[in-house]
Design a protein around this ligand. Structure first.
Ligand code: NOJ
Length: 555
Protein backbone atom coordinates (compact mmCIF):
# COMPACT_ATOMS: atom_id res chain seq x y z
CA UNK A 1 0.00 0.00 0.00
CA UNK A 2 1.37 3.41 -0.90
CA UNK A 3 2.51 5.29 2.20
CA UNK A 4 0.39 8.37 2.98
CA UNK A 5 1.08 11.19 5.42
CA UNK A 6 -2.00 10.38 7.49
CA UNK A 7 -1.33 6.65 8.02
CA UNK A 8 0.14 7.07 11.48
CA UNK A 9 -1.98 10.05 12.55
CA UNK A 10 -4.39 10.52 15.42
CA UNK A 11 -7.29 12.78 14.47
CA UNK A 12 -9.08 15.08 16.91
CA UNK A 13 -12.51 16.49 16.11
CA UNK A 14 -13.25 20.04 17.21
CA UNK A 15 -16.83 21.24 17.38
CA UNK A 16 -15.84 24.83 16.73
CA UNK A 17 -18.84 26.44 18.40
CA UNK A 18 -18.03 24.77 21.70
CA UNK A 19 -14.27 24.43 21.95
CA UNK A 20 -12.91 27.77 23.18
CA UNK A 21 -14.29 31.29 22.95
CA UNK A 22 -11.35 33.68 22.46
CA UNK A 23 -13.37 36.87 21.97
CA UNK A 24 -15.81 36.24 24.81
CA UNK A 25 -19.07 36.47 22.90
CA UNK A 26 -20.27 33.10 24.18
CA UNK A 27 -19.41 31.24 20.95
CA UNK A 28 -16.30 29.19 20.26
CA UNK A 29 -14.11 30.51 17.45
CA UNK A 30 -11.02 29.95 15.31
CA UNK A 31 -8.83 32.11 17.52
CA UNK A 32 -10.00 29.91 20.36
CA UNK A 33 -8.63 26.85 18.56
CA UNK A 34 -5.35 28.67 17.87
CA UNK A 35 -4.96 29.46 21.55
CA UNK A 36 -5.43 25.78 22.42
CA UNK A 37 -2.96 24.36 19.90
CA UNK A 38 -0.38 23.81 22.64
CA UNK A 39 -2.92 21.77 24.57
CA UNK A 40 -3.65 19.71 21.46
CA UNK A 41 0.02 19.23 20.70
CA UNK A 42 0.60 18.08 24.25
CA UNK A 43 -2.31 15.65 23.91
CA UNK A 44 -0.45 14.18 20.93
CA UNK A 45 -3.00 14.64 18.15
CA UNK A 46 -1.77 15.55 14.68
CA UNK A 47 -4.82 16.16 12.53
CA UNK A 48 -7.60 18.52 13.56
CA UNK A 49 -11.01 18.04 11.98
CA UNK A 50 -12.85 21.33 12.35
CA UNK A 51 -16.66 21.27 12.15
CA UNK A 52 -18.21 23.70 9.60
CA UNK A 53 -16.64 27.14 9.82
CA UNK A 54 -18.50 28.70 6.88
CA UNK A 55 -20.88 31.62 6.87
CA UNK A 56 -24.25 30.26 7.92
CA UNK A 57 -27.54 31.27 9.57
CA UNK A 58 -26.73 28.39 11.97
CA UNK A 59 -29.97 26.51 11.68
CA UNK A 60 -27.88 23.34 12.00
CA UNK A 61 -24.76 24.88 13.56
CA UNK A 62 -23.08 25.55 10.26
CA UNK A 63 -24.08 22.46 8.26
CA UNK A 64 -26.40 24.95 6.56
CA UNK A 65 -23.87 26.91 4.50
CA UNK A 66 -24.83 30.38 3.23
CA UNK A 67 -21.47 31.24 1.68
CA UNK A 68 -18.84 28.55 1.09
CA UNK A 69 -16.12 31.17 0.59
CA UNK A 70 -16.62 33.05 3.82
CA UNK A 71 -15.83 32.23 7.43
CA UNK A 72 -18.81 32.66 9.74
CA UNK A 73 -18.65 35.90 11.70
CA UNK A 74 -19.34 33.80 14.78
CA UNK A 75 -16.01 32.08 14.22
CA UNK A 76 -13.72 34.83 12.90
CA UNK A 77 -12.25 35.73 9.54
CA UNK A 78 -10.39 34.12 6.69
CA UNK A 79 -7.23 35.67 8.14
CA UNK A 80 -7.89 33.78 11.39
CA UNK A 81 -8.27 30.62 9.36
CA UNK A 82 -4.94 31.21 7.62
CA UNK A 83 -3.29 31.85 10.98
CA UNK A 84 -4.74 28.62 12.32
CA UNK A 85 -3.31 26.82 9.31
CA UNK A 86 0.16 28.30 9.73
CA UNK A 87 0.25 27.92 13.52
CA UNK A 88 -0.80 24.30 13.14
CA UNK A 89 1.94 23.76 10.56
CA UNK A 90 4.54 25.00 13.02
CA UNK A 91 3.47 22.14 15.27
CA UNK A 92 3.38 19.58 12.44
CA UNK A 93 -0.37 19.47 12.68
CA UNK A 94 -2.73 19.29 9.74
CA UNK A 95 -6.16 20.82 9.40
CA UNK A 96 -9.11 19.14 7.75
CA UNK A 97 -12.43 20.91 7.47
CA UNK A 98 -15.99 19.74 7.10
CA UNK A 99 -17.21 19.79 3.52
CA UNK A 100 -20.96 20.05 3.13
CA UNK A 101 -21.95 19.06 -0.38
CA UNK A 102 -25.40 17.55 -0.05
CA UNK A 103 -27.25 20.80 0.63
CA UNK A 104 -26.87 24.51 1.22
CA UNK A 105 -28.70 26.91 3.48
CA UNK A 106 -31.96 28.26 2.09
CA UNK A 107 -30.22 31.63 2.51
CA UNK A 108 -27.50 30.70 0.03
CA UNK A 109 -27.70 33.02 -3.04
CA UNK A 110 -28.22 29.97 -5.28
CA UNK A 111 -31.35 28.99 -3.42
CA UNK A 112 -32.63 32.55 -3.20
CA UNK A 113 -32.40 32.75 -7.00
CA UNK A 114 -33.88 29.26 -7.33
CA UNK A 115 -37.08 30.09 -5.48
CA UNK A 116 -37.57 33.54 -6.97
CA UNK A 117 -39.13 33.40 -10.48
CA UNK A 118 -38.24 37.05 -11.08
CA UNK A 119 -34.51 36.51 -10.47
CA UNK A 120 -32.54 36.93 -13.74
CA UNK A 121 -30.80 33.58 -13.23
CA UNK A 122 -33.78 31.78 -11.76
CA UNK A 123 -33.83 28.91 -14.27
CA UNK A 124 -30.12 28.19 -13.88
CA UNK A 125 -30.26 28.04 -10.10
CA UNK A 126 -33.62 26.33 -9.83
CA UNK A 127 -31.96 23.31 -11.37
CA UNK A 128 -29.25 23.37 -8.69
CA UNK A 129 -31.91 21.99 -6.33
CA UNK A 130 -34.57 19.29 -6.44
CA UNK A 131 -38.18 20.29 -7.11
CA UNK A 132 -41.42 18.42 -7.56
CA UNK A 133 -44.97 19.56 -8.28
CA UNK A 134 -47.66 18.87 -5.67
CA UNK A 135 -49.49 15.59 -5.81
CA UNK A 136 -53.14 16.37 -6.50
CA UNK A 137 -55.43 14.31 -4.25
CA UNK A 138 -59.18 14.98 -4.59
CA UNK A 139 -58.37 18.41 -5.95
CA UNK A 140 -56.07 19.26 -3.04
CA UNK A 141 -52.33 19.88 -3.23
CA UNK A 142 -50.33 17.37 -1.25
CA UNK A 143 -46.67 16.68 -0.75
CA UNK A 144 -45.12 14.71 -3.64
CA UNK A 145 -44.30 11.77 -1.31
CA UNK A 146 -44.46 10.89 2.36
CA UNK A 147 -40.64 10.64 2.65
CA UNK A 148 -39.37 11.70 6.08
CA UNK A 149 -36.36 13.87 6.82
CA UNK A 150 -33.53 12.71 9.09
CA UNK A 151 -34.64 15.42 11.49
CA UNK A 152 -38.13 14.05 11.94
CA UNK A 153 -40.52 16.00 9.63
CA UNK A 154 -41.42 15.88 5.93
CA UNK A 155 -38.69 16.22 3.29
CA UNK A 156 -40.81 18.56 1.15
CA UNK A 157 -41.35 22.28 1.60
CA UNK A 158 -43.82 24.22 -0.56
CA UNK A 159 -42.85 27.42 -2.40
CA UNK A 160 -46.00 29.23 -3.40
CA UNK A 161 -44.40 31.43 -6.07
CA UNK A 162 -43.43 28.30 -7.99
CA UNK A 163 -46.28 26.04 -6.90
CA UNK A 164 -43.64 23.40 -6.29
CA UNK A 165 -41.97 21.66 -3.40
CA UNK A 166 -38.24 21.46 -2.82
CA UNK A 167 -36.54 18.47 -1.25
CA UNK A 168 -34.65 18.72 2.06
CA UNK A 169 -33.57 15.50 3.72
CA UNK A 170 -32.40 17.46 6.79
CA UNK A 171 -34.05 20.68 8.03
CA UNK A 172 -36.29 22.77 5.77
CA UNK A 173 -33.59 25.44 5.85
CA UNK A 174 -31.22 22.97 4.14
CA UNK A 175 -32.43 22.35 0.58
CA UNK A 176 -30.71 19.40 -1.15
CA UNK A 177 -28.49 20.08 -4.12
CA UNK A 178 -29.07 18.43 -7.47
CA UNK A 179 -25.90 16.44 -8.14
CA UNK A 180 -27.11 15.49 -11.61
CA UNK A 181 -26.45 19.09 -12.62
CA UNK A 182 -22.89 19.37 -13.91
CA UNK A 183 -22.75 23.16 -13.63
CA UNK A 184 -23.61 22.84 -9.96
CA UNK A 185 -20.93 20.17 -9.47
CA UNK A 186 -18.36 22.37 -11.20
CA UNK A 187 -19.17 25.25 -8.87
CA UNK A 188 -18.65 23.01 -5.85
CA UNK A 189 -15.40 21.66 -7.26
CA UNK A 190 -14.07 25.19 -7.77
CA UNK A 191 -14.94 25.93 -4.15
CA UNK A 192 -13.11 22.81 -2.96
CA UNK A 193 -10.02 23.77 -4.96
CA UNK A 194 -10.16 27.26 -3.41
CA UNK A 195 -9.90 25.80 0.11
CA UNK A 196 -7.15 23.43 -0.96
CA UNK A 197 -5.21 26.38 -2.37
CA UNK A 198 -5.68 28.09 0.97
CA UNK A 199 -3.91 25.19 2.61
CA UNK A 200 -6.46 22.76 4.02
CA UNK A 201 -5.07 19.23 4.19
CA UNK A 202 -8.30 17.39 3.66
CA UNK A 203 -11.99 17.14 4.35
CA UNK A 204 -14.58 15.22 6.25
CA UNK A 205 -17.29 14.93 3.62
CA UNK A 206 -20.70 15.39 5.18
CA UNK A 207 -23.67 13.19 4.25
CA UNK A 208 -21.67 11.77 1.36
CA UNK A 209 -23.94 8.80 0.71
CA UNK A 210 -26.97 11.01 0.15
CA UNK A 211 -25.84 12.91 -2.93
CA UNK A 212 -27.96 10.90 -5.36
CA UNK A 213 -31.77 10.68 -5.12
CA UNK A 214 -34.37 8.42 -6.69
CA UNK A 215 -35.71 10.79 -9.30
CA UNK A 216 -38.80 8.63 -9.93
CA UNK A 217 -39.97 9.83 -6.51
CA UNK A 218 -41.89 6.68 -5.59
CA UNK A 219 -44.14 6.71 -2.54
CA UNK A 220 -42.43 5.64 0.69
CA UNK A 221 -42.66 6.39 4.37
CA UNK A 222 -40.06 7.09 5.68
CA UNK A 223 -38.66 6.33 2.20
CA UNK A 224 -35.04 6.97 3.14
CA UNK A 225 -33.86 4.30 0.70
CA UNK A 226 -34.74 6.84 -1.99
CA UNK A 227 -32.02 9.22 -0.89
CA UNK A 228 -29.40 7.02 0.73
CA UNK A 229 -26.53 5.04 -0.79
CA UNK A 230 -27.92 4.94 -4.34
CA UNK A 231 -25.24 3.57 -6.72
CA UNK A 232 -24.80 6.77 -8.71
CA UNK A 233 -23.43 8.71 -5.74
CA UNK A 234 -20.18 6.76 -6.15
CA UNK A 235 -19.78 8.34 -9.60
CA UNK A 236 -19.92 11.79 -8.06
CA UNK A 237 -17.43 10.85 -5.37
CA UNK A 238 -15.04 9.38 -7.92
CA UNK A 239 -15.24 12.59 -9.89
CA UNK A 240 -14.21 14.50 -6.76
CA UNK A 241 -11.53 11.96 -5.94
CA UNK A 242 -9.95 11.93 -9.38
CA UNK A 243 -10.09 15.66 -9.93
CA UNK A 244 -9.40 16.97 -6.45
CA UNK A 245 -8.79 14.59 -3.56
CA UNK A 246 -6.10 12.36 -5.08
CA UNK A 247 -4.09 14.94 -7.06
CA UNK A 248 -3.90 17.14 -3.95
CA UNK A 249 -2.92 14.26 -1.63
CA UNK A 250 -5.76 15.11 0.74
CA UNK A 251 -6.98 13.15 3.72
CA UNK A 252 -10.67 12.66 3.05
CA UNK A 253 -13.12 11.02 5.40
CA UNK A 254 -16.48 10.07 3.97
CA UNK A 255 -19.57 9.95 6.14
CA UNK A 256 -21.79 7.07 5.03
CA UNK A 257 -23.95 5.56 7.73
CA UNK A 258 -24.95 1.95 7.18
CA UNK A 259 -22.33 1.16 4.50
CA UNK A 260 -21.87 -2.53 3.68
CA UNK A 261 -18.38 -4.09 3.51
CA UNK A 262 -18.39 -3.94 -0.29
CA UNK A 263 -19.44 -0.31 -0.25
CA UNK A 264 -16.84 0.46 2.39
CA UNK A 265 -14.07 -0.80 0.14
CA UNK A 266 -15.55 1.12 -2.73
CA UNK A 267 -15.43 4.29 -0.61
CA UNK A 268 -12.06 3.86 1.07
CA UNK A 269 -10.28 0.70 -0.04
CA UNK A 270 -6.61 1.14 -0.92
CA UNK A 271 -7.37 1.47 -4.63
CA UNK A 272 -10.45 3.61 -4.15
CA UNK A 273 -10.71 6.87 -6.01
CA UNK A 274 -13.24 8.21 -3.51
CA UNK A 275 -12.05 8.68 0.08
CA UNK A 276 -9.08 7.90 2.32
CA UNK A 277 -11.25 6.79 5.25
CA UNK A 278 -14.85 6.00 6.06
CA UNK A 279 -17.12 6.70 9.01
CA UNK A 280 -20.08 4.30 9.08
CA UNK A 281 -21.51 4.41 12.66
CA UNK A 282 -22.33 0.70 12.99
CA UNK A 283 -21.35 0.57 16.67
CA UNK A 284 -22.84 3.93 17.60
CA UNK A 285 -26.42 3.03 18.52
CA UNK A 286 -26.01 -0.51 19.83
CA UNK A 287 -28.57 0.03 22.55
CA UNK A 288 -31.88 0.87 20.92
CA UNK A 289 -35.08 -0.70 22.18
CA UNK A 290 -37.34 -1.53 19.23
CA UNK A 291 -40.38 -2.03 21.47
CA UNK A 292 -40.44 1.65 22.45
CA UNK A 293 -43.06 3.41 20.33
CA UNK A 294 -43.21 6.64 22.32
CA UNK A 295 -39.65 7.78 21.59
CA UNK A 296 -38.74 5.40 18.77
CA UNK A 297 -35.63 4.80 16.69
CA UNK A 298 -32.36 6.16 18.02
CA UNK A 299 -34.27 7.86 20.86
CA UNK A 300 -35.26 4.54 22.47
CA UNK A 301 -32.63 3.65 25.04
CA UNK A 302 -32.23 -0.06 25.74
CA UNK A 303 -29.49 -2.37 26.96
CA UNK A 304 -26.07 -2.03 25.38
CA UNK A 305 -25.41 -4.96 23.03
CA UNK A 306 -21.68 -5.36 23.63
CA UNK A 307 -21.23 -8.42 21.41
CA UNK A 308 -22.65 -6.34 18.53
CA UNK A 309 -20.18 -3.53 19.22
CA UNK A 310 -17.19 -5.84 19.50
CA UNK A 311 -18.18 -7.79 16.40
CA UNK A 312 -18.55 -4.54 14.54
CA UNK A 313 -14.98 -3.53 15.47
CA UNK A 314 -13.70 -6.96 14.41
CA UNK A 315 -15.65 -6.89 11.17
CA UNK A 316 -14.38 -3.49 10.09
CA UNK A 317 -10.81 -4.19 11.06
CA UNK A 318 -10.97 -7.37 8.99
CA UNK A 319 -12.61 -5.54 6.09
CA UNK A 320 -9.74 -3.10 5.79
CA UNK A 321 -6.92 -5.53 6.65
CA UNK A 322 -4.40 -5.11 3.80
CA UNK A 323 -7.10 -3.16 1.97
CA UNK A 324 -6.88 0.27 3.53
CA UNK A 325 -7.37 1.82 6.93
CA UNK A 326 -10.20 1.45 9.36
CA UNK A 327 -11.25 4.42 11.55
CA UNK A 328 -11.73 3.95 15.29
CA UNK A 329 -13.90 6.36 17.23
CA UNK A 330 -16.53 6.23 19.93
CA UNK A 331 -18.71 8.99 18.59
CA UNK A 332 -18.92 12.47 17.07
CA UNK A 333 -21.19 15.51 17.46
CA UNK A 334 -24.28 13.52 16.46
CA UNK A 335 -24.31 10.92 19.23
CA UNK A 336 -24.40 11.07 23.04
CA UNK A 337 -21.18 11.33 25.06
CA UNK A 338 -19.64 7.87 25.24
CA UNK A 339 -19.08 7.75 28.99
CA UNK A 340 -22.81 8.37 29.56
CA UNK A 341 -23.87 6.20 26.64
CA UNK A 342 -21.74 3.07 27.00
CA UNK A 343 -20.02 3.67 30.34
CA UNK A 344 -21.25 5.08 33.62
CA UNK A 345 -21.31 8.79 34.37
CA UNK A 346 -22.08 8.33 38.08
CA UNK A 347 -20.16 6.22 40.56
CA UNK A 348 -17.82 4.75 37.93
CA UNK A 349 -17.35 7.86 35.80
CA UNK A 350 -13.55 7.95 35.85
CA UNK A 351 -13.02 4.23 35.78
CA UNK A 352 -15.45 3.58 32.96
CA UNK A 353 -14.07 6.48 30.89
CA UNK A 354 -10.60 4.97 31.18
CA UNK A 355 -11.93 1.51 30.39
CA UNK A 356 -13.61 2.81 27.23
CA UNK A 357 -10.41 4.54 26.14
CA UNK A 358 -8.22 1.51 26.86
CA UNK A 359 -10.65 -0.79 25.06
CA UNK A 360 -10.88 1.26 21.89
CA UNK A 361 -7.52 2.92 21.45
CA UNK A 362 -5.44 -0.25 21.44
CA UNK A 363 -7.21 -1.37 18.26
CA UNK A 364 -5.60 -0.98 14.84
CA UNK A 365 -6.88 1.83 12.63
CA UNK A 366 -6.87 5.61 12.55
CA UNK A 367 -8.31 7.07 15.76
CA UNK A 368 -10.67 10.01 15.83
CA UNK A 369 -11.02 11.49 19.30
CA UNK A 370 -13.95 13.81 19.91
CA UNK A 371 -13.27 16.99 21.91
CA UNK A 372 -13.96 16.53 25.61
CA UNK A 373 -13.82 12.74 25.36
CA UNK A 374 -10.27 12.91 26.70
CA UNK A 375 -11.51 14.33 30.00
CA UNK A 376 -14.63 12.17 30.22
CA UNK A 377 -17.23 14.85 29.45
CA UNK A 378 -20.77 13.56 29.99
CA UNK A 379 -24.29 14.03 28.64
CA UNK A 380 -26.19 17.21 29.54
CA UNK A 381 -27.74 17.89 32.93
CA UNK A 382 -30.55 20.06 31.50
CA UNK A 383 -33.95 20.30 33.18
CA UNK A 384 -35.80 22.44 30.62
CA UNK A 385 -36.58 21.99 26.95
CA UNK A 386 -35.47 25.61 26.39
CA UNK A 387 -31.90 24.67 27.32
CA UNK A 388 -31.56 22.53 24.21
CA UNK A 389 -30.39 24.10 20.96
CA UNK A 390 -30.41 21.44 18.26
CA UNK A 391 -32.93 21.94 15.45
CA UNK A 392 -33.67 18.21 15.56
CA UNK A 393 -34.69 18.28 19.23
CA UNK A 394 -37.74 20.45 18.69
CA UNK A 395 -39.34 18.48 15.85
CA UNK A 396 -38.66 15.23 17.65
CA UNK A 397 -39.98 16.47 21.01
CA UNK A 398 -43.24 17.29 19.26
CA UNK A 399 -43.27 13.84 17.63
CA UNK A 400 -42.84 12.18 21.05
CA UNK A 401 -45.73 14.18 22.52
CA UNK A 402 -47.87 13.31 19.49
CA UNK A 403 -46.99 9.63 20.04
CA UNK A 404 -48.44 9.93 23.57
CA UNK A 405 -45.21 10.43 25.53
CA UNK A 406 -45.34 12.58 28.67
CA UNK A 407 -43.14 15.66 28.91
CA UNK A 408 -40.91 13.76 31.39
CA UNK A 409 -40.48 10.80 29.03
CA UNK A 410 -39.73 13.08 26.10
CA UNK A 411 -37.20 15.06 28.16
CA UNK A 412 -35.48 11.88 29.30
CA UNK A 413 -35.10 10.77 25.69
CA UNK A 414 -33.52 14.12 24.84
CA UNK A 415 -31.20 13.96 27.85
CA UNK A 416 -30.09 10.46 26.92
CA UNK A 417 -29.88 10.67 23.16
CA UNK A 418 -29.96 14.17 21.69
CA UNK A 419 -27.05 15.58 19.74
CA UNK A 420 -26.76 18.49 22.18
CA UNK A 421 -25.26 16.02 24.67
CA UNK A 422 -22.04 16.13 22.69
CA UNK A 423 -22.09 19.85 21.95
CA UNK A 424 -21.78 21.54 25.34
CA UNK A 425 -18.81 23.87 25.96
CA UNK A 426 -15.43 22.26 26.53
CA UNK A 427 -14.74 22.16 30.25
CA UNK A 428 -11.32 23.76 30.71
CA UNK A 429 -11.65 24.62 34.41
CA UNK A 430 -14.22 25.04 37.17
CA UNK A 431 -14.96 28.77 36.71
CA UNK A 432 -18.51 30.00 35.97
CA UNK A 433 -18.53 28.97 32.31
CA UNK A 434 -16.01 26.18 32.63
CA UNK A 435 -13.18 28.34 31.31
CA UNK A 436 -14.80 28.25 27.86
CA UNK A 437 -15.83 31.91 27.88
CA UNK A 438 -16.35 34.76 30.28
CA UNK A 439 -19.88 35.17 28.94
CA UNK A 440 -22.97 32.96 29.05
CA UNK A 441 -22.26 30.48 26.22
CA UNK A 442 -24.62 29.77 23.33
CA UNK A 443 -25.50 26.48 25.06
CA UNK A 444 -25.35 25.88 28.81
CA UNK A 445 -22.16 24.50 30.31
CA UNK A 446 -22.61 21.21 32.11
CA UNK A 447 -22.48 21.96 35.83
CA UNK A 448 -20.23 18.98 36.40
CA UNK A 449 -17.47 21.30 35.10
CA UNK A 450 -16.74 21.78 38.81
CA UNK A 451 -15.18 18.32 38.88
CA UNK A 452 -14.79 17.35 35.22
CA UNK A 453 -12.36 19.75 33.58
CA UNK A 454 -8.93 19.91 31.96
CA UNK A 455 -7.32 21.78 34.82
CA UNK A 456 -8.33 19.15 37.36
CA UNK A 457 -6.82 16.44 35.18
CA UNK A 458 -3.24 17.67 35.08
CA UNK A 459 -2.31 14.66 37.16
CA UNK A 460 -0.56 11.45 36.24
CA UNK A 461 -3.57 9.17 36.74
CA UNK A 462 -6.37 11.18 35.16
CA UNK A 463 -8.50 10.25 32.16
CA UNK A 464 -6.58 12.90 30.25
CA UNK A 465 -3.24 11.31 31.04
CA UNK A 466 -4.64 7.92 30.03
CA UNK A 467 -5.47 9.39 26.63
CA UNK A 468 -2.04 10.97 26.32
CA UNK A 469 -0.29 7.70 27.10
CA UNK A 470 -2.45 5.76 24.67
CA UNK A 471 -1.90 8.26 21.87
CA UNK A 472 1.85 8.30 22.44
CA UNK A 473 2.01 4.52 22.55
CA UNK A 474 0.05 4.19 19.33
CA UNK A 475 2.51 6.43 17.59
CA UNK A 476 5.63 4.83 19.04
CA UNK A 477 4.55 1.29 18.23
CA UNK A 478 2.65 1.98 15.05
CA UNK A 479 -0.59 0.61 16.44
CA UNK A 480 -2.50 2.18 13.55
CA UNK A 481 -1.01 -0.55 11.34
CA UNK A 482 -1.15 -3.37 13.91
CA UNK A 483 -3.20 -6.57 13.73
CA UNK A 484 -5.73 -7.68 16.30
CA UNK A 485 -6.83 -11.11 17.56
CA UNK A 486 -10.20 -11.13 19.31
CA UNK A 487 -10.93 -13.70 22.02
CA UNK A 488 -14.44 -13.24 23.34
CA UNK A 489 -16.66 -11.60 20.75
CA UNK A 490 -19.82 -13.30 22.04
CA UNK A 491 -19.24 -12.39 25.66
CA UNK A 492 -21.62 -9.59 26.75
CA UNK A 493 -19.46 -8.56 29.70
CA UNK A 494 -15.81 -8.63 28.79
CA UNK A 495 -13.58 -7.46 25.96
CA UNK A 496 -10.38 -9.43 25.47
CA UNK A 497 -8.11 -8.98 22.49
CA UNK A 498 -4.48 -8.92 21.51
CA UNK A 499 -2.84 -6.30 19.36
CA UNK A 500 0.26 -7.32 17.48
CA UNK A 501 2.62 -4.61 16.33
CA UNK A 502 5.91 -5.21 14.55
CA UNK A 503 7.86 -5.87 17.74
CA UNK A 504 5.33 -6.12 20.56
CA UNK A 505 2.14 -7.81 21.61
CA UNK A 506 -0.46 -6.22 23.81
CA UNK A 507 -3.25 -8.00 25.63
CA UNK A 508 -6.30 -5.96 26.58
CA UNK A 509 -8.72 -7.28 29.18
CA UNK A 510 -11.72 -5.17 30.11
CA UNK A 511 -14.94 -5.54 32.04
CA UNK A 512 -17.51 -3.59 30.04
CA UNK A 513 -20.15 -3.63 32.76
CA UNK A 514 -20.85 -2.45 36.27
CA UNK A 515 -21.01 -6.04 37.54
CA UNK A 516 -18.19 -8.04 39.05
CA UNK A 517 -17.43 -10.72 36.49
CA UNK A 518 -15.84 -14.09 37.10
CA UNK A 519 -13.00 -14.27 34.69
CA UNK A 520 -10.20 -16.69 33.92
CA UNK A 521 -7.52 -15.67 31.51
CA UNK A 522 -8.20 -17.20 28.15
CA UNK A 523 -4.83 -16.00 26.97
CA UNK A 524 -1.81 -17.30 28.90
CA UNK A 525 -0.13 -14.42 30.67
CA UNK A 526 3.35 -16.00 30.31
CA UNK A 527 5.81 -13.31 29.31
CA UNK A 528 3.14 -10.62 29.52
CA UNK A 529 3.71 -7.78 31.98
CA UNK A 530 1.04 -5.44 33.24
CA UNK A 531 1.53 -2.10 31.49
CA UNK A 532 -1.59 -0.01 32.12
CA UNK A 533 -4.47 -0.51 34.54
CA UNK A 534 -7.42 1.45 35.87
CA UNK A 535 -7.42 -0.61 39.12
CA UNK A 536 -5.61 -3.44 40.91
CA UNK A 537 -5.87 -6.81 39.12
CA UNK A 538 -7.67 -9.55 41.12
CA UNK A 539 -7.34 -13.30 40.78
CA UNK A 540 -10.20 -14.79 38.71
CA UNK A 541 -12.46 -11.75 38.83
CA UNK A 542 -12.93 -8.44 37.07
CA UNK A 543 -14.49 -5.70 39.13
CA UNK A 544 -16.84 -3.13 37.57
CA UNK A 545 -15.25 -1.47 34.53
CA UNK A 546 -11.81 -2.91 35.26
CA UNK A 547 -9.39 -2.58 32.37
CA UNK A 548 -5.85 -3.92 32.05
CA UNK A 549 -3.34 -3.74 29.26
CA UNK A 550 -0.49 -6.25 29.30
CA UNK A 551 2.59 -5.99 27.16
CA UNK A 552 5.36 -8.22 25.89
CA UNK A 553 8.27 -7.67 23.59
CA UNK A 554 8.53 -10.31 20.93
CA UNK A 555 11.89 -12.13 21.01
C1 NOJ B 1 -24.20 14.99 9.27
C2 NOJ B 1 -23.64 15.90 10.31
O1 NOJ B 1 -22.73 15.21 11.11
C3 NOJ B 1 -24.81 16.43 11.10
O2 NOJ B 1 -24.42 17.12 12.26
C4 NOJ B 1 -25.63 17.30 10.18
O3 NOJ B 1 -26.79 17.73 10.86
C5 NOJ B 1 -26.05 16.54 8.93
N1 NOJ B 1 -25.00 15.76 8.36
C6 NOJ B 1 -26.55 17.50 7.88
O4 NOJ B 1 -25.49 18.25 7.35
Amino acid sequence: MQQKWWHDATIYQIYLRSFFDANNDGIGDIKGVISKLDYLEDLGVEVLWISPHYDSPMDDNGYDVRDFYKVSEDYGTIEDFKTLRSEARKRNMKIITDLVLNHTSDEHPWFKAAKDPSHPEHEKYKDFYIWQPPKMVNGAREKPTQWKSWFGGAVWEYVEALDEYYLHIFSKKMPDLNWRNKTMRDELKAMIQWWVDLGVDGFRVDASNHLEKNWSFPEGDPGQENFSSLPKHHEYLQELGEELFLPNDLLTIGEAGGASREEALQYAGKDSKEFSLLIQFEHCWADTDDSNHLTPGKWAKGTVDWPAIKKSFAKWIKTYENEGFHTIYWHNHDQPRVVSHYGNDGQYWEKSAKMLAMSLYMLPGIPIIYYGEEIGMTNVDYEHLEQFRDVEVFTEYQNFINNGASHETAMQALKDRSRDNARTPMQWDDTTYGGFSSKQPWIDVNQNKDTINVKAQQTSHSILSTYKTLIKTRKKNDINRARATFHDLDDPETFVYETHTENNDYLIIANLTENTVTYRNQVPLDDYELWMANSEPKQDALEPFDAFIYYKKRP
